[in-house]
Structure formats: C-alpha cells, structure tokens
Design a protein around this ligand. Structure first.
Ligand code: FRU
Length: 495
C-alpha cells in the first residue's frame, strides 16, 4: 500500500482541486472526484465536531477499480473538500485482505467509529475500526470481523464464485440499543435487509430481515436479487429505506421506499426509483443542524478504453438535502452552501417558445452552471432545455419533458460526436398537477448533468462532449407553444 501511495505522489496524487482540473475538460470542477483513479460509493458520511467527512470506495492504483480502500476528504461547508490520506486499507492475512467495502460512520460513545464490509476470498463480513477527532488514522478492532458469520437460518444468495452476498452495514442508535442493517439477498426470492442488535457495538445479535423483496415482481419497480447499501432512516413522520438494486454481477439503480418501521419490520407505503440515470449507492447522514443530506455515486458512462486511459473515474453528486412531501415522496433540495460557487447571474423572463425550433440564449453559455428554470408547457408535446451545444449543433444535450407521457429524460443521442459512450435514454416519471409549472433545478459540471424536477424527481446523466465550444444553452418546445416564465443561470466556480 505504501508503495502505491508513494508512486502516486510523484504523479501529483495529492494535488489540490485546481491542479486536478488541469488539462482535463471532462473532469467535474465542483463535484467531488478522487485525487486520481477509481471512486465508487460514498461511505462513512458524518459531521464530526463541525467538520464534514466524506469517505469513499477507492482503488488508488487503477482508473478501472480493483482492490477497494476507503478514500477520505473533509470539508467545513460541504462544498470545498480537502483530501486526506487513504483512511482504511486492506490488511493482508486478515478478514479484510481483499477489500474494505462500503459502510458507515457513527459516534461510537464519544469516538468516531466505522463499520465496513471486510472482504476475504468469498467471505463478506462486518468489521469495525475507531479513530480520534481527526478521523485520519483508524485502528481496526483485533476481534474483526465483529459479525463473523452470516445467519445460518437463511439461504443467502451465493454466486458461482462462492461469494455469499452480505455487505454494507449501516448502524444507528435508539436509546441504549444499537441497530445495524446489512444488505443481502435470499436465494430464489429477492433482495433483503437483515437487522442486528447490540448493547455495546461489539457483540451483535441477528434479529431478522426487516424486509424481503420479490425478484419476480416488476411492479411498482423491479428490485433485483440482492440489495446493496441499504439504509433505513426516519424522515418527517415516516421511515425511508434506500436500497441499491444488484442482479447477476450488475448494479442497476437505487430504489427508495417510504413507509412504517415497527417491531423491527419495515412496511413500504410508497416505492420508486430514486434516479434512473447514472446515480447509484447513495448514503445519507444527519448533520449537526439536523438536516438529512445525501450523496450518491455518479458512475462513468464512457467506454472501458476511455476510462482506462483517464486519470480519474467516478464522481459524487452534489449534497442534496432530503425531506418528505405530503404525498410520501422524497423532496430534494441542493444544500444552500453551494450558492457560494455562484457567479455571473443572468435571468431571462417571459420567453415564448414557438413549436419546432430551439431558442439559444447567447451569453448564458458555459460548462459549469446552475440553472433554475420555470416553464409553462402549454400546448407543447415536448419542452425543455438545451445544454452543452456546439455552435454548429453537432453536439448538444437536451433535458426533455413530455407532458403527455408524463416523462422526464435527458436526451444524449447527440451529446458527443464520439459515439463510444453510453447514450441510453433513462426516463423518470414526472406528472404535473393541473396548472403546475415545470421547475428544473439543473447542475451542469462538464460531464455531469444533475436535474431535479419540481423538487421531487431526480435524474442524473453523464455526457462526454468532445468540443471545447460545446457550451451553448437554450430552450425549446415541440408540437405547441410553451412559455419560459423565468430562467436563472449562474456560472459555478471550482469547489
Ligand atoms: C455498491 C457496492 C457495494 C460494495 C461496494 C464495493 O456499489 O457494490 O455493495 O460494498 O460497492 O466497492
């Protein structure tokens, strides 16, 4: 491990953010990316004595993934991040020698404590480590794994390589009792979330599944055969369960359920896909102000060769604050701290859009932007925004709302003249109430488009324009007139 670190220092491994962006027009400027190489899930999110800590799944020596560590960054404002040395690395000959997989951080009776999945060959078991107020160096519990076998009364999903899928602990406290959930799947049935109980954080008793999914059920959404990164937390007067859907070695999307948690069982009352785009494996935490904040992993959608030749891979979403609507659906709000990045505000008001042509908005262009747009779709069949358009139109990305189909999508068919990246269309259901305007909160960061529509529908995609002049911003309507009531745009400076 030390060798890897030292090798990378010479290549600018610990470079500051500004250095990271040098010469790489694809690298997000204000979304968090690792100093170099592979990043996946956010881990161990916590605010400790005022400072926010973001740990993340990290392969320090390859842009394509591999042996997983926990990378580490901290921030006092959720916007500007400072890199720290790798927090936790695999220890050869132990229960985590083949990887430090995802997990959580808690205040373990006054000391920072993390729980993670230790990987050793086909075994995925629960380990823990403690630290001091800097959260930089971690002492693994010599008794690891603290949960040293899977519950034998269940037939947990085991793949042909012998791996029993059982990982991603999430721990919380209720009174004097500690609870932990672990993601898994039951053979021939579906994904599940297993519950454990402890009085001292080191001895854990298996309680049972809080919920078992049905892999044969397509409605309201398909939830695969195994659930990664489950997290159960209270929100408003309900509980939310996040699960990330895994099936046959592939990750799919994250599903959220809002429901009731009683007697160690979770009963969903509303279930939907959180974001059908490139978003996966989110984690939330409650900060010192009591806000429930979520980060998700934004996967690359470049082809393998492009990823192999890149110096970095994967990004985090911006921090989103979650709340619960009266309709038992999540609401997403960008944390207000992000507003420090705003520069050069422009506003367009009451712009009528005729059907069939695009209106470009000169002076609003850029590739690191925030937009807040309100549109009355009127008679339009399709209405939306154009982003990252080249002057000759050979590259452009469209955020598309189709009122009749009640669908929001990001059209990437012409995002890049390089056709090797993923262009699949992912639709998020979006139904507007009578008289409701379409409201789009959009964060553009070079290769990231993050959209929240009407506070309740999230959709994120990755795009890879090739041209430096693919910066144009516009609006369009098809099939009828629409009105842009107001469009606010800011340039976002680097985080
Ligand atoms: C989700 C996931 C987790 C696992 C980690 C490994 O993306 O597969 O289940 O702990 O990533 O990096």
């Amino acid at each position: 491990m030390t060798d890897v670190l030292e090798d990378n220092v010479d290549e600018g491994f610990w470079s500051p953010q500004a250095e990271r962006e040098r010469d790489d027009p694809l690298r997000p400027a204000y979304h968090f990316t690792a100093p170099s190489n592979w990043l996946n899930d956010p881990n161990g999110l916590i605010q400790w004595k005022g400072t926010y800590h973001l740990f993340y799944q990290y392969t320090p020596d390859s842009p394509l993934g591999g042996l997983k560590h926990w990378g580490h960054a901290s921030s006092t404002d959720l916007v500007h991040w400072q890199d720290h040395p790798i927090a936790i690395s695999p220890t050869p000959g132990t229960s985590d020698e083949d990887g430090i997989y995802s997990g959580c951080a808690i205040d373990g009776d006054g000391a920072p404590m993390v729980f993670y999945s230790g990987i050793q060959g086909p075994n995925q078991l629960i380990c823990r480590a403690t630290s001091d107020d800097r959260l930089e160096t971690w002492q693994k519990d010599p008794a690891n794994p603290v949960v040293d076998s899977v519950p034998d009364e269940l037939d947990l999903l085991t793949t042909d390589d012998g791996t029993t899928h059982y990982r991603d602990p999430s721990v919380w406290r209720e009174g004097d009792t500690w609870w932990m959930t672990v993601g898994s799947g039951i053979t021939g049935v579906g994904g599940t979330v297993l519950l454990y109980q402890s009085a001292n954080l080191s001895d854990w008793n298996y309680v049972g599944p809080i919920l078992i999914g049905d892999a044969n059920q397509r409605e309201p959404v398909w939830t695969g055969t195994m659930w990664e990164c489950p997290q159960l937390f209270p929100l408003g007067n309900k509980h939310v369960l996040l699960i990330s859907v895994w099936h046959e070695r592939k990750t799919h999307y994250t599903v959220y359920m809002v429901g009731t948690y009683r007697n160690q069982r979770f009963t969903p009352e509303h279930t939907e896909i959180l974001d059908p785009g490139s978003f996966y494996a989110p984690q939330t935490f409650q900060d010192e102000q009591g806000r429930r904040i979520m980060f998700g992993w934004l996967r690359e959608q470049r082809d393998r060769q492009a990823m192999a030749s890149g110096r970095w891979n994967g990004a985090m979403t911006i921090p989103w604050e979650l709340s619960l609507g009266d309709d038992r659906r999540l609401r997403y709000r960008p944390v207000p701290e992000l507003q420090v990045l705003r520069r050069d505000h422009r506003r367009v008001e009451h712009l009528e859009l005729g059907p069939g042509h695009a209106t470009m908005l000169p002076g609003l262009d850029g590739d690191t932007l925030e937009l807040d747009v309100r549109i009355t779709p009127g008679a339009a069949r399709v209405v939306g925004l154009i982003l990252r358009r080249s002057p000759d139109g050979s590259e452009e990305t469209r955020i598309v709302f189709e009122p009749d189909n009640e669908a929001l999508a990001i059209d990437r068919t012409r995002s890049s003249v390089d056709t090797t990246g993923d262009r699949e269309r992912h639709e998020a259901p979006l139904a507007l109430a009578d008289g409701e305007t379409l409201q789009l909160r959009v964060f553009v960061d070079r290769t990231i488009i993050e959209v929240v529509a009407n506070g309740r529908v999230m959709l994120t995609e990755r795009i890879y324009p090739t041209r430096a002049d693919s910066l144009g911003v516009g609006v369009f309507a098809e099939g009828g007139n629409a009105i842009v009531e107001r469009l606010d745009r800011w340039r976002m400076t680097a985080g």
